[in-house]
Design a protein around this ligand. Structure first.
Ligand code: GRG
Length: 290
């Protein structure tokens, strides 16, 4: 099966599980579910849960074991986007071509929808039908990756602004890379495969992929097509935010993107032919247009 077909299959699997596990409730507070599900279903690429699924399968694990953790990560990713779009952060009105959560549901409801998704992620993890020790380890991996020493710390660096290329790499490692690494790590965890060499290979792949992903995001903000990305481009330049493009220029950033992608791909040499999907995933993210 070709890569595009495999990606579509995995994305469909993710969407099926997200639909099954969607936060639900009724009553006079039910707008919170509308707001949360509005953003979960607003056209995301599902890269993180697809990565978790692919890693788990590569190491011999099952869809059932990994998907609750993978969906939890997608809920956390969605919460971060909702909060990132708020007027007190980036103040964006469009994401993925649709009005952002606060434009659609109001600022207070969007703030709460983000909070609800973050909390719900851990509820989902607690219900996973795997050993308690695996659940505890998943909570450790995911909470660390999205906390102050991970994604939120990265957002703080972003708000304060970077002063050097090295700080820019640190920002990318924390803000973007932490969740991508966590996606890979929970795939390893859920697979039950405890081969340390294979885990190191996967983690090196994910760490390089995370930085490459942010470099691509910075490039898209400069040279992407608004109608394809579904949000305003040029935001970084407009707000004076320093990015990889500021430090490296467009050509330099493209070169680094190639380098990090090549390192990601080389990291998983050990899997040989079985690494087909992950190798192609890295190439796909390099050339993505949104
Ligand atoms: C907790 C407020 C708060 C922020 C955390 C993650 C984050 C920091 C902010 C989100 C904005 C942003 C540009 C993050 C960098 C990571 C990134 C490129 C996110 C977009 O991920 P995609 O492309 O999104 O996977 P889709 O739309 O496909 O789900």
């Amino acid at each position: 099966m070709d890569f595009k077909r495999q990606l579509e299959d995995k994305t469909q699997t993710v969407n099926k599980w997200l639909e099954q596990l969607a936060p639900r409730g009724s009553g006079i507070y039910s707008e919170i579910f509308d707001a949360a599900n509005y953003s979960v279903n607003a056209g995301g690429k599902r890269i993180r849960p697809v990565l978790s699924l692919a890693v788990c399968e590569l190491l011999g694990g099952s869809e059932q074991a990994v998907m609750p953790f993978a969906c939890a990560l997608e809920y956390i990713h969605t919460y971060s986007l909702i909060h990132d779009d708020l007027p007190c952060m980036d103040n964006d009105e469009l994401r993925r071509g649709m009005p952002t959560c606060h434009v659609k549901h109001g600022e207070a409801m969007a703030l709460l929808a983000g909070d609800a998704l973050l909390t719900y992620a851990f509820e989902i993890i607690s219900h996973a039908k795997v050993d308690g020790e695996v659940i505890a380890e998943a909570v450790r991996i995911i909470s660390h990756s999205c906390g102050a020493n991970g994604m939120i710390g990265g957002q703080v660096i972003d708000i304060k602004g970077t002063k050097s290329y090295e700080e820019q790499v640190e920002l990318a490692r924390m803000k973007t890379g932490a969740l991508i690494s966590a996606a890979a790590e929970i795939g390893v965890l859920a697979s039950g495969n405890r081969d340390d060499n294979l885990k190191s290979a996967i983690m090196s792949y994910a760490q390089n992929l995370g930085i490459a992903f942010q470099i691509k995001d910075d490039l898209l903000d400069v040279e992407g097509i608004e109608a394809v990305i579904g949000k305003k481009t040029g935001h970084d330049a407009e707000t004076g935010k320093r990015t990889f493009v500021t430090y490296l220029g467009i050509d330099g950033a493209r070169e680094k993107l190639q380098d990090y992608t090549a390192h990601a791909v080389a990291s998983i040499d050990v899997f040989g032919e079985k690494g087909f999907f992950l190798r192609n995933m890295a190439e796909y993210l390099l050339s993505r247009t949104k």
